[in-house]
Write a protein that binds this ligand. Structure first.
Ligand code: IPM
Ligand code: MN
Length: 356
C-alpha cells in the first residue's frame, strides 16, 4: 500500500514521542512491504515561534493533502499563567479540529494486564476494563462565542450544539457499540443544560434504529464517580466535548497512565492520531517520556485510516510483549520494577522495534 503520512510533533515531549511513533510506522512498512512517505509540519508553540501563527496555512494544506496525520502535543507553560496572551498554542489544535471537520474523537481505554498494579485504582476493580470513548470534538463550549463584558469584569463562553452535530457522533458510537459488547452510555447534564437536553433527545430518537444496542443515559457527575467505582460496567461512552475532555483524563488512570493512551480524531477528511497526553514541559528534554501513546496512535492510524488491521495488531502485540518482558517507562514503573528494566524514551522505542 502507498500512503503519505504527515508527522506533526508539535511541542514539548510531542517531539520525543512522535519520533518513536514514526519509527514504528517505518518498521511496519518494511515488514509488510508498504510504501509510506513522510512529510513534517509545525503546530503550536513551535509554529508561533517560527511564523507567529499556531496553525500556519502551510500546515493545514499539508494535512489536507496527506492520507493521515501522526500528531504529538501542543502547549507551553509560558502561556498557561498569562491569561492575557492573544496567541496560544492550543488555538492551533482547535483550529485544526474545526478546519478538518474532526468531529469524532475516539479514545480507547484498555488496560494491559501487566499494568494492573500501575494504576492507583484497586486491581480487582480494574481487571478486564475496556471502554471506548467517543468525545465530540468540534462543538460545545469550546467553540461557542466567548468574550468579556462590563469592562472586562464579566466573562462568558457559550455552549452550543445543533441536532446534526449530536446525531453524527451518536451514530458513530452506536455503530461501534454494535461491534463490541453492544452497550452505549450517553453522558450529559440534561438536568441542568439545554444543550444536554437536545443531546439526550437526539440519542433517544436514534435508539430504535439500533435495537441490538442497550442504551443508558448518565449525568456527567455520576459518570465521573462510576468510572472509578465500577469501570467494567462501561462499553462505549459518547459525550460532549468538554465532558469528554475531563472524563478521558480521569479514565486514563484505568489504563495505568496518560502515557499509554492513544486517540483518533476522525470526520470529514484526513484523520489525526495523537496521544491524549499533553506537551509535559516538566519532563521535556529529559528523554524519559513514555512513547507508547504515540506508538498506539500509530496503530490506530493504520487500522482506522488505512484499514491495516493486521499491521495495527502487530504493534499492539509488540507493546504487550514489551510489558510482559518486564520493561517499563518511568510513569508506569512501580516499587517492584528493577531499575535496569526502566527504559528511557529512545530505549523503549528500540526494544519495541525488536518485538515488531
Ligand atoms: C486534549 C487537550 C486539548 C483539549 C487542549 C490542549 C486544548 O486537553 O486534546 O484533550 O482540551 O481538547
Ligand atoms: Mn484533554
Amino acid at each position: 500500500m502507498k500512503k503519505n503520512i504527515l508527522i506533526v510533533p508539535g511541542d514539548g515531549i510531542g517531539q520525543e514521542v512522535t519520533e518513536v511513533g514514526k519509527k514504528v510506522l517505518e518498521k511496519i512498512a518494511e515488514k509488510f512491504g508498504h510504501e509510506f512517505t513522510y512529510d513534517e509540519a509545525l503546530i503550536g508553540h513551535v509554529a508561533i515561534e517560527a511564523t507567529g501563527n499556531p496553525l500556519p496555512d502551510e500546515t493545514l494544506e499539508k494535512m489536507r493533502a496527506s492520507d493521515a496525520v501522526l500528531f504529538g502535543a501542543v502547549g507551553h507553560p509560558k502561556y498557561d499563567n498569562d491569561p492575557s496572551a492573544k496567541v496560544r498554542p492550543e488555538q492551533g489544535l482547535l483550529k485544526m479540529r474545526k478546519e478538518l471537520g474532526l468531529y469524532a474523537n475516539l479514545r480507547p481505554i484498555k488496560l494491559f494486564d501487566e499494568l494492573l498494579e500501575a494504576s492507583s485504582i484497586k486491581p480487582e476493580i480494574l481487571k478486564g476494563s475496556d471502554i471506548l470513548f467517543f468525545r465530540e470534538l468540534t462543538g460545545d463550549i469550546y467553540f461557542g462565542e466567548k468574550g468579556r463584558k462590563n469592562d472586562g469584569d464579566t466573562a462568558y463562553d457559550i455552549a452550543e450544539y445543533s441536532r446534526f452535530e449530536v446525531e453524527r457522533i451518536a451514530r458513530k458510537a452506536f455503530d461501534a457499540a454494535r461491534t463490541r459488547r453492544k452497550k452505549l452510555c450517553s453522558v450529559d447534564k440534561a438536568n441542568v443544560l439545554e444543550t444536554s437536553r437536545l443531546w439526550r433527545e437526539v440519542v433517544q430518537q436514534l435508539a430504535p434504529e439500533y435495537p441490538d444496542v442497550e442504551v443508558e443515559h448518565m449525568f456527567v457527575d455520576s459518570a465521573a464517580m462510576m468510572l472509578i467505582k465500577d469501570p467494567r460496567r462501561f462499553d462505549v461512552v459518547v459525550t460532549a466535548n468538554l465532558f469528554g475532555d475531563i472524563l478521558t483524563d480521569e479514565a486514563s488512570q484505568i489504563a495505568g497512565s496518560m502515557g499509554m493512551l492513544a486517540s483518533a480524531s476522525i470526520g470529514d477528511s484526513t484523520g489525526v492520531y495523537e496521544p491524549i497526553h499533553g506537551s509535559a514541559h516538566d519532563i521535556t528534554g529529559k528523554g524519559i517520556a513514555n512513547p507508547l501513546a504515540s506508538v498506539l496512535s500509530a496503530a490506530l492510524l493504520l487500522d482506522i485510516s488505512f484499514g491495516l488491521k493486521e499491521e495495527s495488531d502487530t504493534i499492539i502485540a509488540a507493546v504487550d510483549k514489551l510489558l510482559k518482558d518486564g520493561f517499563r517507562t518511568r510513569d508506569i514503573a512501580d516499587a517492584s520494577t528493577p531499575e535496569n528494566m526502566i527504559l528511557n524514551t529512545q530505549a523503549a522505542g528500540e526494544e519495541l522495534l525488536k518485538r515488531i
